[in-house]
Design a binder for this molecule. Sequence first.
Ligand SMILES: [Zn+2]
Length: 370
Amino acid sequence: MKRTVSIPVNLPSERFLPLMSECAEIFNAHVDWALTNSSYNKNKAHKELYHLLRLQHPSVPSALLQTVRDNALEAIKATKFKRVPKKKPTSGLRYDKRTMTLRGQQLTLSCIGKRVSLILNVPDYFKEIFETWDFCGATLTYTKNTKQFWVRLVFEAADVPQVKGVILGIDRGLYHQAVTSDGQFFSSSKIRGVQRRYLHNRRKLQQKGTRSAKRRLKAMSGHEKRFMKDTNHCVSKKLANQPGVVVFVLEDLSSIRTLARGKKMNKWLGNWAFYQQEQFLSYKAEALGKRVVHQDPRYTSQKCNVCKHIKRTNRKKSRFCCKNCGHRTHADLNAARNVRDDYILSSTQNGTQEQASVNAPYVSGEITLA
Ligand SMILES: [Zn+2]
């Protein structure tokens, strides 16, 4: 498994900003070459472009030029010419073992002229990763607003052996951040309250439009982001740590937005915080030998979990009452159970996956999903 650690760094911008912009040109030159020649062959590109680009960008170190070449051709290969990856002058710059070293907390980066060496300020909660995981590469990015450089270091460790346990379905909605198929409710009323307050204050400040109001707005956006991040960490941690659970089934968001879920819900689904929660849960689960899977969300809110009868009118806001068998429960709980059962059903139908039945959702740890 991999983890990325982001650390702000102070770098001489008069050396790194021109470097980033030159590397972006080199990247784009390779992309153009790949398009004209319909090829992403690294050797061919090297033969035809290397000397020319060395002449055009004499100050860019040779190893870095080659790293950029590999990045560009890999990016084209990944999209198979369907999308054209282009870099802007301040786009992130990828470093690998040819162009950087990391020893303890000392980092050296290839740059225009001599290599730059710096000591990283590693927060305590990343120390374990720094000391015990393998370092495999990094990206240097620049935030224009704050004029701040960041290194994003990628570390790798062996996968944690998978544990045994049951499957948990999770429904996420407007009123609950998460509802689990075993009946736990994580309310989002606090989040909505805070977001409402920020929205209100934002509108007021925008109307004011003075310079200090703008400054205040910027600070506020930071506060709100940190609040959401913190909440997401808390909920995902509680979920990931559920004893005896090995698989978390979430609704597949790529198809969820096309469903009629109301304007408010669609807006919330488009929010970055919603995706962040999923990412946090994924990596926290992975670190414990558990995993997150996705399930097609069709009918999960209309279908009765007991008799499987599907009808739109089964659900009325937060109440679920089956028109067929009379089963009554909380609508989100019903949905969470459907997400779990649909996943178990589809994976047993596919045969190769989980060996589990609807009545006894139990997975053995040795079986992995394709
Ligand atoms: Zn029913």
